[in-house]
Design a protein around this ligand. Sequence first.
Ligand code: AMP
Ligand code: ZN
Length: 114
Amino acid sequence: MTMTDCLFCKIVAGEIPATKVAETDGFLAFRDINPQAPVHVLAIPKKHVASLNYADDALLIGDLVLFARDVARYEGLADDGYRVVINTNAGAGQTVFHIHAHVLGGRAMRWPPG
Ligand code: AMP
Ligand code: ZN
């Protein structure tokens, strides 16, 4: 299903360009346009789910997390470490309402996050 007004659905459909780093039948990973770390990749399901608040498919969310893990491996982050973040709603900084996991690495991560 493609949501006509959704930026990430348009990337899935090839209507907006993105720098893809990995793709499976159900998932796509591409570089964030405004990277916050040396490696900053967004991992998304091709199926539109607006946010974690709307997620009801445990397999889809589990596979999304494993896909994000695989992206971190491909990007060479697995040993040094990386962070996988799902911002949910405005208070957490969500700006695109198609669920996505940020995969961040290549620098030391601070805790707590801002
Ligand atoms: P969030 O703020 O958690 O919803 O994350 C949305 C992310 O999408 C931000 O980090 C943006 O920099 C990124 N972004 C927005 N537009 C694009 C685009 N056309 N291609 C790649 N990343 C994008
Ligand atoms: Zn979408």
